[in-house]
Write a protein that binds this ligand. Structure first.
Ligand SMILES: Cc1cc2nc3c(=O)[nH]c(=O)nc-3n(C[C@H](O)[C@H](O)[C@H](O)COP(=O)(O)OP(=O)(O)OC[C@H]3O[C@@H](n4cnc5c(N)ncnc54)[C@H](O)[C@@H]3O)c2cc1C
Length: 280
């Protein structure tokens, strides 16, 4: 028989997750779908919604700490998040629908480790850190080092993501996020590109680029970023950055799109972002 366990403290959470077949249940918007299709068969579902360390949004010295069991809709409504990490808000606005955002969490979106996990894109761009906790204590992992492959992360048995920490960042970033899907609303990305650009007098001081659904994990597009650093954002530079980005991804053919289409979209979206940043 499947057991539902609601815990009130981190000590209870650790204890409950140690048990054979225990699985953390946050919003359930990924997990219940997998359970229904028989992909996972937990013996108990451990609900951390009442654990204070996993809830809420705090700021300290310009940095943000978001508990991973905080519903996405709460993050979307937060003034602090809008001020300090506006791209995260832009992305959450198009993650699922109201009902999904009322239930879904950052913890679930990240731990589910889909290559299409939308929240991973702004978190990669803001160079967020994940606070992990488990039986052996707590550790910090950069979000860029968290994903190992589709459905696979560095989380050990009994370990969970307690919070996301977004460091203080530039105020003058030009943000970009675009997700290409098969329909306009409630869509899983065929490809998505996010970016942050700091531009001064037509020159890219710094550009960060991240892509989803075009590789086994959401990733930063480092060779395009390095090419752009310090360069004037002219037509040739932008086109070359698009080509570098397209060459950096390793998409697959699947039911939603071909690899060739995903690669082309990656390059095109990078070009679109940079053209906009150059004109801003
Ligand atoms: C109709 C629909 C539309 C969707 N649209 C999108 C979309 O546009 N973009 C997108 O990215 N996703 C989308 N999703 C997927 C899903 O809603 C999100 O990934 C959501 O953020 C998952 O969060 P959750 O709290 O519901 O996770 P859950 O389902 O509770 O958990 C998912 C997995 O993460 C684990 N887990 C949960 N919390 C933690 C934690 N704190 N630490 C460690 N492990 C944890 C669980 O054990 C489970 O394995 C959609 C889903 C549905 C059903």
């Amino acid at each position: 028989m499947l057991r539902y366990v609601r815990v009130d403290t981190e000590a209870e959470l650790l204890d409950a997750l140690r048990k054979d077949g225990a699985q953390l249940l946050s919003g359930g918007t990924d997990l219940l779908v997998k359970m229904r299709s028989g992909l996972v068969r937990p013996k108990s579902l451990v609900d951390p919604a009442a654990v204070a360390e996993l809830r809420g949004i705090e700021t300290a010295g310009g940095a943000l700490r978001i508990g991973t069991a905080t519903p996405l809709s709460e993050i979307l409504a937060s003034k602090e998040v809008r001020e300090r990490a506006p791209l995260l808000v832009d992305v959450l606005r198009v993650l699922g629908c109201v009902q999904i955002r009322n239930r879904g969490t950052l913890g679930g979106n990240l731990a589910n480790a889909s290559p299409a996990a939308d929240s991973a894109i702004p978190l990669l761009l803001y160079e967020a850190n994940l606070e992990l906790a488990g039986g052996d204590g707590a550790r910090n992992v950069p979000v860029g080092g968290f994903f190992l492959g589709p459905g696979r992360t560095v989380l050990q048995h009994g370990e969970y993501i307690r919070a996301v920490r977004i460091p203080a960042s530039r105020q003058n970033w030009i943000p970009f996020f675009h997700k290409v899907g098969r329909r306009r609303a409630l869509t899983i990305a065929i490809a998505s590109i996010g970016g942050l650009a700091a531009v001064s007098q037509g020159r890219a001081t710094e550009v960060r680029l991240a892509a989803g659904s075009v590789a086994p994990i959401p990733l930063r597009l480092k060779s395009a970023e390095e090419w752009l650093a310090g360069r004037a954002l002219d037509r040739e530079t932008i086109q070359h950055a698009g080509a570098l980005a397209a060459g950096e991804v390793s998409p697959i053919d699947d039911v939603r799109a071909t690899a060739a289409y995903r690669r082309a979209v990656t390059g095109d979206l990078v070009v679109r972002f940079l053209e906009g940043a150059a004109a801003a």
